[in-house]
Design a protein around this ligand. Structure first.
Ligand SMILES: [Mn+2]
Length: 240
């Protein structure tokens, strides 16, 4: 068998308990796709982040809490959720450095938001209070392998090519979303209520993000499996 590419996964944290927190579904999805997943520590020293990137072939930016709105030039609104500024510092630097070196990156949920903010975009801090969307429209309760809404992918776009479809039924566990994708990202997918749920980096076929959680859908959705298979394939090529 060919070399199995190493996919570094960023994690949530519990500062109170001194713990990194990462659902095993992320590891499972990467393992099923043939990659070797490893959890990354939350560090802010640039030299250490550079060495971490040297040690992996691809990145998965995982879900979690909210990015500090100051990172995209806004004050914190009442609807904004829990913020972890150390995680913000780690992931935003990690993402910019990974993109600079051409490393494959998949952002999931918070991860697509990290991609956007790292590359000059902005977010809605709270869909319900800022857009008046019905509460729960994008926030389902478990089980997370149930479908919540469809995402329409841009025809001939990267996500359509990866998944083999232009309409994917997805779950939805977010109260924030991309507001302005910024100058560096292409909008690859939106919902019927107009929320951006997939993006890719201009001029790249290896940096992309989704607002939904494909790691919970892989047992039921070929499209979800293909998202991880694609990341692992690009990471294998990058690391070769
Ligand atoms: Mn959604």
């Amino acid at each position: 068998m060919e070399k199995r590419p190493i996919i570094g996964i960023s994690a949530s944290r519990s500062e109170e308990n001194g713990q990194l927190i990462l659902k095993e579904t992320y590891f499972d999805a990467i393992l099923r796709a043939g990659g070797l997943p490893v959890a990354l520590p939350c560090v802010t020293d640039e030299e250490t982040i550079r060495r971490l990137l040297d040690a992996v072939d691809g990145l998965l930016l995982s879900g979690g809490g909210d990015i500090h709105p100051g990172r995209y030039g806004e004050d914190v609104l009442p609807g904004c959720g829990k913020i972890d500024e150390k995680r913000d510092a780690f992931e935003l630097t990690l993402t910019r450095m990974a993109v600079e070196r051409g490393m494959p990156v998949l952002g999931i949920c918070r991860g697509i938001q990290v991609l956007a903010v790292a590359l000059g975009g902005t977010l809605f801090q709270d869909l319900a209070s800022q857009l008046g969307l019905p509460a729960g429209q994008h926030m389902q309760q478990p089980p997370y392998d149930d479908y919540k809404h469809a995402v329409r992918f841009e025809e001939h776009g990267l996500l359509a090519r990866i998944t083999g479809t232009t309409t994917m039924l997805t779950n939805s566990m977010h109260h924030q979303a991309i507001r302005d994708a910024g100058p560096n990202l292409i909008i690859e997918g939106i919902t019927m209520d107009g929320i951006v749920e997939a993006v890719s980096l201009k001029g790249s076929d290896a940096v992309f993000g989704v607002e939904f959680h494909p790691e919970h859908l892989t047992r039921f959705s070929d499209a979800a499996e293909r998202i991880f298979a694609y990341l692992v394939k690009k990471a294998a090529a990058y690391g070769a």
